[in-house]
Design a protein around this ligand. Structure first.
Ligand code: ADP
Ligand code: MG
Length: 444
């Protein structure tokens, strides 16, 4: 088979590519059940080239010759296989390999993590686990929205354990990395061995963003076994997710129930004071002079960006970088100029009144109706949208927002806000409506 395929390539390719990439290949094995055709190459560079540039062509030729679609797998020659080298290295010096793999963000440590009311339980639990792995809480499950500090806490735990318990083998992976590694290893028996060995020979497993394995059955299966093995050996497991375990709907019950065996800690959006404290910490880390102007700018940003610390920091970094770039001092005026898009709400004077007007125009209803007690769906939905925007874009207090909508109770406003906030995440239609209205209100 291979000789026929080679002949086809010889006709099609230039002599150089043919000789460089194809001649050295050795046909290894055909797995008829799985429709896999294994080829062996002597070095990882040509493996990469073949995988990226020629794999489709290889599969086409295989199909032409075998008359059946086959997947072509390019393997490294066994005695030089990277996995074996890795396996050997793990045996010789387990710590080192895992350390190399642990993607260190040196900034993500406990010292740089600002503790506020929103995250104090998660922080305390993380610290307890880092201090006494396998003895405090196992498993520890941390959840919270995007950009609220889950990864930061996970890395902090990793740093802390490696420093204070240097004998422990720590492994940090995102569940996406876990999945990709698993998929790769499934192509080759040796790799699956290395994979299992790697994940079952550690003392601490930090697995980030577990929601990624929702709906992925094979990954869940493998993770289930990894979890059980580690747990039975009393190894520490720390899991993060963007939702509480019982909200992970496309995850097997046997997994979510395990996640709830011990400690579950959530991270909420930070309050104003915490947002300010985070930005001050950031200024300190970046060696920016903390003068009155900067204080004011920090206050301004913290007032506007409420639900995502990554964005909060992003806005701040934009200002400091532009200040360095343009060699201009950071003042409120300067900051407003740079953050036009974010700060526009106050510049354009968005109020509950303007929001009501814009929303009514969009849904083609009367202002009197949105303020009325009527609760038909065609009024209730725009009303909730408008309340959501009042909460999101203005500093109006909850009771005041209620007043603006025909004297409704503030709990009604909270309910409306939460309902739309949830819908923005699950319904593209609502998300689009909100975006459109925001643009309109911001004068874009
Ligand atoms: P998540 O993983 O939850 O999406 P990250 O951990 O990536 O969020 O955090 C986003 C950014 O916000 C990071 O740069 C992180 O350092 C910063 N951050 C989050 N929480 C805090 C905090 N409490 N104190 C200081 N910085 C924080
Ligand atoms: Mg993260």
């Amino acid at each position: 088979i291979w000789e026929e395929m080679l002949r086809l390539f010889e006709l099609e390719l230039t002599g150089v590519s043919y000789r460089t990439w194809f001649l050295p290949l050795i046909p290894k094995e055909i797995n008829e059940e799985l429709k896999l055709f294994y080829l062996e190459t002597p070095d990882s560079f040509s493996q990469r080239v073949l995988e990226t540039r020629y794999i489709e062509n290889l599969q086409k030729k295989a199909e032409t010759v075998i008359k059946e679609p086959y997947r072509v797998v390019i393997q490294l020659k066994p005695d030089e296989s990277e996995d074996e080298i890795e396996e050997k290295k793990i045996k010789e010096n387990p710590k080192k390999i895992l350390k190399d793999e642990f993607y260190f963000n040196p900034r993500y440590n406990f010292e740089n993590f600002v503790v506020g009311n929103n995250n104090k339980y998660a922080h305390a639990a993380a610290l307890a686990v880092a201090d006494a792995p396998s003895m405090a809480y196992n498993p520890l499950f941390i959840y919270g929205g995007s950009g609220l500090g889950k990864t930061h806490l996970m890395h902090a735990i990793g740093h802390y354990i490696m420093e204070n318990h240097p004998e422990k083998k720590v492994l940090y992976v995102s569940s996406e990395m876990f999945t990709n590694e698993l998929i790769k290893s499934l192509e080759d028996r040796k790799r699956i061995r290395a994979f299992k060995q790697k994940y079952r020979n550690i003392d601490v497993l930090l697995i980030d963003d577990i929601q990624f394995i929702e709906g992925k059955e094979a990954t869940q299966e493998e993770f289930f076994h990894t979890f059980n093995t580690l747990y039975d050996l009393n190894k520490q497991i720390i899991i993060s997710s963007d939702r509480a375990p019982n909200k992970l709907v496309n995850l097997e019950d046997r997994l979510t129930s395990r996640f709830q065996w011990n400690m579950i800690a959530d991270i909420q959006p930070p309050d104003y004071e915490t947002r300010v404290a985070i930005l001050r910490k950031k200024a300190e880390l970046e060696n920016v002079d903390l003068d009155d102007d900067l204080f004011e700018v920090i206050g301004l940003i913290a007032e506007k960006i409420k639900f995502n610390i990554r964005e909060l920091e992003g806005a701040f970094t934009r200002i400091t970088s532009f200040s360095t770039l343009l060699n201009e001092k950071i003042t409120v005026k300067f900051a407003r100029n740079i953050l036009k898009d974010i700060l526009s709400a106050s510049d354009f004077n968005i109020s509950c009144e303007s929001i009501k007007k814009t929303v009514c125009k969009k849904f083609n209803i009367k202002i009197a109706d949105i303020e009325s007690a009527k609760r038909t769906r065609n009024l209730a939905y725009p009303r909730q949208i408008a309340m959501y925007l009042c909460r999101e874009l203005t500093e109006t207090s909850l009771p005041k927002v209620g007043e603006a909508f025909g004297g409704r109770d503030h709990t009604t406003v909270i309910h409306a806000y939460e309902k739309i906030a949830a819908e923005v995440k699950t319904s593209q239609e609502t998300a689009d409506i909100i975006d459109e209205l925001k643009d309109e209100l911001n004068g874009k």
